[in-house]
Ligand binder design. Structure first.
Ligand code: MG
Ligand code: MG
Length: 269
């Protein structure tokens, strides 16, 4: 059952989402060739705790870290480790917090130094597809409209849209109803209403959509070992329209990127 949120609840959810955004912004300053992902995990744990919150992933279903860190061909749910990041890698960082009883859950794929043009394009299209999905979060439309917008945008570029892992409702729990697949038919699925809060998270592969689940119980990689990108925002529907709870602005400030991509989805409430 979908639990629609009140404005007061959405205000609290925005605080949770923004703490994840700040954590990713803090990490953005550190992500470069030569560092390990275990180091990033430690930084995130300390930062989240220092802000009076709990890392939502740590212990969730037995997950042993604060961040899911997935380089290159890893799609999602990778373990931080002592491997050293190299120039040309990409790194998906997914982070969750629990603050005031509500979960924030969002992700960004970073470039490590200079990456190949085709990899840059994968990241660009994957992120654009996230906004294509967000655009569809309009009262009266359906979840399938979000799914279809993401799928059609990415497949037109020849990319593989992961089927086995999906976005989700968000609130006091990290995974609530409804599921928000990144593929589907227009006009299908649950109707979008005011108070809906969801995490939309395209996982987009350079090659095949097929993935492999590893026997650590968590890590997911592309079947063809080509790179994969993951972008995730927390979105609420207020007054019939999509409003971003999370923001990439802290990342962009850290990286010196100018962007107004979020502007049309921002609203004070
Ligand atoms: Mg996530
Ligand atoms: Mg999520």
């Amino acid at each position: 059952m979908i639990q629609l949120k009140t404005i007061e609840e959405l205000r609290l959810m925005k605080q949770s989402a923004r703490l994840v955004s700040k954590t990713l912004g803090m990490l953005a300053k550190e992500i470069k060739p030569g560092i390990t992902t275990a180091y990033l995990d430690k930084l995130a744990y300390d930062f989240i705790k220092d802000h009076g919150a709990e890392p939502a992933f740590l212990g969730y279903g037995g997950f042993p870290y604060s961040l899911c860190i997935s380089p290159n061909e890893q799609v999602v749910h990778g373990f931080p480790n002592n491997d050293i990041l190299k120039e040309g890698d990409i790194l998906s960082v997914d982070c969750g917090v629990i603050l005031n009883g509500f979960v924030g859950d969002h992700a960004y794929t970073f470039e490590i130094g200079e990456v190949k043009p085709e990899t840059k394009k994968l990241l660009k299209v994957a992120k654009e597809s996230l906004y294509k999905g967000i655009e569809q979060c309009i009262r009266g439309k359906r979840i399938g409209d979000i799914s279809h917008a993401i799928q059609s945008y990415c497949e037109k570029e020849g990319y593989g849209v992961v089927r086995e892992l999906v976005g989700h409702g968000l609130g006091r729990q990290m995974h609530e109803d409804p599921q928000v697949p990144n593929y589907g038919r227009q006009g299908s699925g649950k109707v979008i209403k005011d108070g809906l809060a969801i995490a939309i998270e395209p996982m987009i592969n350079m090659g095949t959509e097929k993935v492999k689940f590893h026997n650590d119980g968590w890590t997911v990689t592309t079947l063809d070992n080509q790179p994969s990108a993951h972008f995730e925002h927390d979105v609420a529907v207020i007054n019939g329209k999509p409003v971003l709870l999370s923001t990439y602005q802290y990342i962009y400030e850290a990286l010196g990127i100018e962007s107004d991509e979020e502007k049309r989805f921002q609203m004070d409430f």
